[in-house]
Write a protein that binds this ligand. Structure first.
Ligand SMILES: [Zn+2]
Length: 99
């Protein structure tokens, strides 16, 4: 019977949850996959900014936002005014800036 267990590349402790990281050096294109426990992944997590759980949690609200956008009531006039300026408006803004 063969049991394969993924362990941390550094400490190789059994029964410790691990995460695999792909590290790529952009200049030469060198790439390596390393498996690390929480402790030995600390330098990577520091660079990545957030723990894996936080990233997963941040990704969940995405579908909600899409729904909101579809059903949200936004006044059309206000949006258009902000994005499109007539030449007169631009000139007026320039004049206001100079004065
Ligand atoms: Zn480790």
């Amino acid at each position: 019977m063969l049991i394969e267990v993924e362990v941390c590349d550094v400490c190789r402790r059994l029964g410790v949850p691990v995460t695999s990281y792909t590290i790529t050096e952009t200049e030469s294109g060198r790439s390596v996959v390393t498996v690390r426990c929480g402790e030995h992944a600390a330098p990577f997590e520091e660079v990545l900014g957030q723990p894996v759980e936080a990233v997963a949690a941040a990704e969940t609200p995405k579908p909600r936002q899409a729904k909101k956008a579809a059903t949200g009531r936004q006044p059309r006039g206000q949006r258009a005014e902000r994005q499109v300026m007539t030449r007169e408006q631009i000139d007026a803004a320039k004049a206001a800036g100079k004065a």
